[in-house]
Design a protein around this ligand. Sequence first.
Ligand code: FEO
Ligand code: CA
Ligand code: CA
Ligand code: CA
Length: 677
Amino acid sequence: TTTVRVSPAVLGFTAVPHSLADVAVVPQGYSVTVMTRLGDPLTAATPAYANDGTDTDFANRIGDHHDALHFFGLSATGTPDVNSSTRGLMVQNHENITEQYLHVNGPTTVGGARPMAEALKEIECHGVSVVEYVDAGNRKWTYKQDSTFNRRITPNTPMSFHGPAAGSSYLVTAYSNDGKAGRGTINNCANGVTGWNTNLTCEENYAGYFRRDASDNALRTPRELASLQRNGITSTTGNNRWSTASTTDDRFTRWNATISSATAPATADFRYEPNQFGWVVEIDPFNPKSTPRKRTALGRFGHEGAFVRIATGQKLGVYMGDDSRGEYLYKFVSTATWAEADANASDRLAMGDKYLDAGILYVAKFNANGTGTWMPLVYSPTFPVRPASGTYPAYTFESQADICVNTRFAADALGATPMDRPEWTVGNPVTGEIYLTLTNSNNSFRPVNGTDAANPRSYNDPRGASNTAQTGNPNGHIVRLREDGDTTSALTFKWDIYLFGADSTDADPVNVNISGLTTANDFSSPDGAYFSRSTNPAGQINPVMWIETDDGALTDRTNCMLLAAIPGRVGDGGAVTITNTNGGTGTQATIVGAKATAANLRRFLVGPVQCEITGIDMTPDGRTLFVGIQHPGESGATATPSSHWPYTQDGSTPAANVRPRSALIAITKNDGGIIAL
Ligand code: FEO
Ligand code: CA
Ligand code: CA
Ligand code: CA
């Protein structure tokens, strides 16, 4: 086939204004189809979702909190077909739950304990779904309820460990005495797609699900205690109080209560269960019976996403953010060089063994002069000791498995650059440049005297304590980088700042509008990011980049949104000096053509009330855009939900007690054209 190159892409739609309505708003000339929603059945035998809190069996239903997604094309014979735009398997993450809508009267306790049936329902609402979708003609998308490809992967699905930490003592639990088996995945946030038709799902905020009480401290070595604290495994109840349920599942419930001493028998010992989470997990969507593989070479932290860059004749580069305040950007480089024939391998997870188990994990250091360094996290007896600081004692590494499990400590030891919450990573398919969304920070982490070139904004609000949410860098920014030599295995790179979030109409002093945003394109807290696939005209030469928001600072003015942008190249903007009237200064702010304009940045979608805009993908032909709508009405009450979406999407007014549902939507252009052009 001949690839038709068009240049340059232009944004061919009218910007969507701010909206606080309880619908997903798209530009004129576009339509929204609500696809699968929380609870929709995934087998022929599963009853329809009642959505009144009585539903059960979420291991056979769509999960909650739709997050990252990818459309894997499917041929007529059920094999991978990367060119199919009419039939495919959607792999979508279900990151979390809106607990109050899952039970008849909201979450209950019995004698202070959660009923096990409620805990199980909530557990099974987490994980990943693999669902078949078909275009019945003219972009009339439906899902196939009885497809044999449909699958739910939950926190109870058996998994296996691979790479340097597999089989190490760090991963031994009562479930896996050899440290090679794992059970389930949780808090699956963003994703990655390999070159061999598998999906990477990323375990982000796993830490909060585990309960530790004070008595656990006495059972721990100082090293273990430091590791638990550094990774945030400090909850005394565990999320959703699953720990109080009378239980058959000691991990999330009384996950350490059965340990009577540090030498308790392995059969009862779940001490290291938290080490089994915080990984990138590879799933073969085309083989529903396959066991997902946790890839330990990619490190353990609050994995947001794992963008895989594949270039002919190069090693694979996997770019990964760790989403917490002050965490880092990582890159994994495979030992193996990409072989085109592997794209069609039939044993897909064996390709993951080849490319994702052997390689070098690096962490990024951003220098003030616009250069950067990738620092290898490779064990040797002389690997730096993580110095003592705060409540942590000094931490000396003992193996590569240790570095893989305690990746944050290893990155600390090398002096990596703490960032303003690294969310998604994504690569421009044409230039190979990598974009990293930095969603926001606050003043306790990023005080005005604690900025650096890559995280140059921090503000104090002179109006005082009532405005404490409006401090630090509440609107976030997007950094981009170009590898030296344009190779995935480069040890150095150039970087700049592509875009700064801002509330363009707010006189609040934190809203310094460096990128010159207007009401047609202002945004806050960038999170999801995506490039149109290079197989369609919006993804060629000067491709369309998509930015999704998860915002707290602009939601007084508009619900969360999706924007489309025409990116430039690293270094093509002008330097801007930031002057902070409250005391901090920063430099090194550049943007396409120096400023965002209506031509190169435009709002494409605004979601319903209290939602976050999450996953995103297009069909290979660019004519359908899939988007995840996560947690509409998340702050509402069981009997009086604050959103009724998606029941509002067709313009109707549901009864006041109708519960909202996270859902996947398909957006098409009424004339059948390429999205955004
Ligand atoms: Fe799950 Fe950092 O977003
Ligand atoms: Ca996110
Ligand atoms: Ca976020
Ligand atoms: Ca605001």
